[in-house]
Design a protein around this ligand. Sequence first.
Ligand code: FO1
Length: 311
Amino acid sequence: MNADHSNAPRVVALAGGVGGARLVDGLDSVLPKDALTIVVNTGDDFVHWGLHISPDLDTVMYTLAGLAPEERGWGIEGDTFHVLAEAERRGADAWFRLGDRDLMTHLLRSRALAGGDSLTKATAKLCGGLEVMRPILPMSDSPRPTTIVTRSGDEMAFQDWLVRARAAPEVQRVEHGGPDRPTGQVIEALRSADLVVICPSNPYVSIGPILSLEGIRPILREKPTVAVSPILAGRAVKGPLSSMIAQLEGKPASAEQIATHYQDLLDGFVVHTGDAFSATFPVLESNILIQTREDRVVLARALLDFAGSLR
Ligand code: FO1
């Protein structure tokens, strides 16, 4: 797909997992070389089987490599699970479904980190190995683990809550551990961006960790920033978001609630057709259900045209 935005803006997309990766896929299809950088949440990262797992970095990378399953979104399409079956046989943790091809990503990343590479460097090497040309930047090179504090006061590691407990325990609050230091590359990318896109990822546990880092919000306030709603007609397109909104905000899930959460960062907001509301910034109605490649390209184009109209 050639770029049809000759005077394309330099875009920095903030993304988490599957929802964010889908819009990134659309932006990748329509933006010329050097016009798209992706900053990815690492709050979901954890150590499993002794390996450093970065689910959101992998989901974005696999999506841009054309390896991600179109519906499920994470892991590698058609992957096998022989090692996982062996883990089950031996009573080793099998709750987090790592495929055999996916495993190589975790082995290579863990080896690079053990060899002294930063997560940014390790990610660049993995992208090179999969011929992914777009810069995929971890939000930080330091651990910034997301902790879910449940209503009963338990503190749960994110994947334990999301995958092992199937996001059942009610959320009292979301905490971000570790230093709040973004990488220099992330700050540099944001500073030289013409447009920042907040992808349709969970604002609390996918975009929130990025915004929690030192200096990020002040830059977004001075840059044209457009978000795409992860909520459609009061329901999350993917994952536990609608119940999180009810638990964390005590309000029903809505696109408007998402915009309120982002407060003064937004210069524009893209919602699903029918979900528009009056706001202090322009709201564009579009189809935000973007399972197919074509839908992603259409949304990416609509978003870029919308952002162009804001300048
Ligand atoms: N999500 C699940 O619900 N179950 C899994 O077993 C699972 C395994 C998995 C393996 C690799 C990977 O990159 C992602 C994986 N995910 C799984 C998705 C992941 O937990 C979420 O996509 C992100 O953490 C939230 O965006």
